[in-house]
Ligand binder design. Structure first.
Ligand code: BG6
Length: 496
């Protein structure tokens, strides 16, 4: 093994494990799972005791797999190339057909050769959820569901609450909840975790974090990409199921949850669940007051959603909605959330807008800026950081001239190190047995139960067509109604 890989701090160490990626030749493995494992190998968290198994129907050699994987691993230097070659020595390719069962015996033999309760064996189902049940049964039949076995699954976890319930029953028939790791990759993002640090490791904001001081919250997750070769999946799911039910709901929970007594998996997840259960159900008879859906219409040389899909469709590629959390802390505070594809640029931000001062001592002042509220802007990606917008006095003579100023904490500039991809953190947490950043079944169900009636009511609504490259349909402004506020567009990378 390479001499140049760093020694890692004790706290970052994970037990020597086997990662078995079922469906390991697919897109998710090549784009996300294996590049993340490679990064953790470079960081020294994965060493030569680990075994990484690509279990898949498609047969190929390790060398062929390396050729497929290489472009996703950003091997810029000769040292990277040689580390990659070392990393590939940990990889075994094992044929496996989860339906017919072919290959399961050989896999069982391979795993049991190093069977040890202290050695986690992680089965990551990077296959269609329709095969999750069959895969779990097969693992069980071959004695692979041992105390050290862990199951990792990822969305789509159902299409609605009924199908999510069915899917979960299939997992729970074989694995216990304590050994199921449901990934929402937004929870693995550094800035999303930082949101918890910001709230619960500081007093400055938490004392203001309620309906006495906060006017409203906005969450925008804007994407510039379109269908990206996932037409069949996307057209069935749409933005509501693809993004709102999971990623945006999780962000909402982290903004709104009560402080857990301890930063432990079930305590954090209990608090998130309380938020989901406190959401005010939508008045579906008045849908347009709470929800706007859109579909991208293309632009100059850019095809519309329907053109890209090759057929007509009512699937939404944009959703904006207004939510209320009915509890003591948040009563009356609107949460506006939106997400969409083919928007102006890729940028995700959470904006907390505070109430204005109760009395304006600068009335008759020289500028209008005294009426600007303070805002805390949590920039999730790209260019992660925090900005606090304040009102200050313009230096120099000329009376009390006020202007908006900003305290800016850019993580790029402050930490000057690469922020790990979400999958890196999450894959290491599975080996550690830490479920804090994974969704528990009841959270998934509560999010679906809230979304089910909205999704069915929206099925009758034709999406507003918006130009690609815009920030979505104009109708989204109507969600503010009489509230004196408007959408705050995230700034693009170039503006910073
Ligand atoms: C995925 C969605 O879960 O998240 C995609 O299925 C979306 O449609 C992606 O593009 C966004 O993730 P990120 O990390 O690029 O913000």
């Amino acid at each position: 093994m390479s001499e140049i890989r760093p020694a890692i701090p004790e706290a970052a160490k994970i037990p020597t494990s086997d990662y078995v990626i079922i469906g390991g030749t697919g897109d998710l493995s090549l784009r996300k799972i294996f590049p993340a494992l490679f990064q953790r190998f470079l960081a020294g968290q994965i060493d030569d005791g680990f075994r990484l198994v690509v279990a898949a129907r498609q047969k190929m050699s390790v060398a062929e797999y390396a050729d497929k994987l290489r472009p996703f691993c950003h091997l810029d230097t000769a040292a990277d190339q040689s580390s990659f070659a070392e990393f590939m020595q940990l990889v075994s390719i094992m044929p496996l057909d989860v339906v017919a069962g072919d290959g399961a015996e050989a896999l069982a033999e391979f795993i049991s050769a190093k069977q040890d309760d202290a050695r986690p064996v992680i089965y990551y189902l990077a296959i269609s959820p329709a095969l999750f049940g069959a895969a779990c049964q097969l693992l069980d039949k071959h004695g692979l569901v041992t105390p050290s076995a862990r199951l990792v699954v990822e969305k789509p976890l159902g299409h609605d609450s009924a199908s999510a319930g069915d899917l979960n029953d299939q997992l729970l028939a074989v694995f216990s909840e304590d050994n199921i790791y449901r990934i929402d990759h937004y929870l693995g993002k550094e800035t999303v975790q930082n949101l918890m640090a910001l709230r619960f490791a500081n007093t400055i904001f938490e004392t203001q974090w309620n309906n006495t001081f906060i006017d409203h919250v906005q969450i925008t997750v804007a994407e510039s990409v379109g269908l990206e070769g996932r037409a069949a999946y996307y057209d069935r799911y749409g933005a509501m199921r693809d993004m709102i039910q999971n990623h945006l709901m999780q962000l909402l929970c982290l903004v709104a949850m009560e402080p857990p007594a301890q930063f432990k998996a079930n305590q954090v997840r209990d608090e998130k669940l309380r938020v989901l259960r406190a959401l005010r159900p939508f008045d579906v008879s008045n849908l347009s007051d709470h929800l706007v859906i859109g579909q991208y219409g293309g632009g100059d040389d850019d095809p519309s959603y329907e053109e890209a899909l090759g057929q007509s469709s009512k699937t939404e590629t944009f959703v904006a909605l207004k939510l209320f959390i009915e509890n003591w802390r948040w009563a009356g505070v609107p949460f506006y959330m939106r997400t969409g594809k083919k928007l102006q640029h890729r940028a995700s931000e959470i904006v907390i807008t505070f109430k204005k001062p109760s009395h304006n001592v600068f009335a008759n002042g020289a500028t209008d800026h005294e009426s600007e509220p303070n805002r805390l802007i949590i920039r999730l990606q790209p260019q992660e950081g925090l900005r606090l917008q304040l009102i200050s006095k313009q230096p120099g003579p000329g009376g009390m001239r006020l202007f908006p100023s900003e305290l800016n904490l850019s993580f790029d500039e402050t930490f000057k190190e690469r922020l790990p991809d979400a999958y890196e953190r999450l894959l290491m947490d599975v080996a550690r047995g830490n479920q804090t950043l994974f969704m528990r079944h009841d959270e998934v169900m509560a999010a679906w139960q809230f979304m089910d009636p909205i999704i069915s009511a929206a099925a009758d609504v034709a999406p507003d067509i918006y130009p690609s490259g815009s920030m979505g349909p104009e109708a989204q402004a109507k969600l503010f109604g009489a509230h004196q506020a408007s959408w705050i567009d995230p700034i693009s990378e170039n503006e910073e």
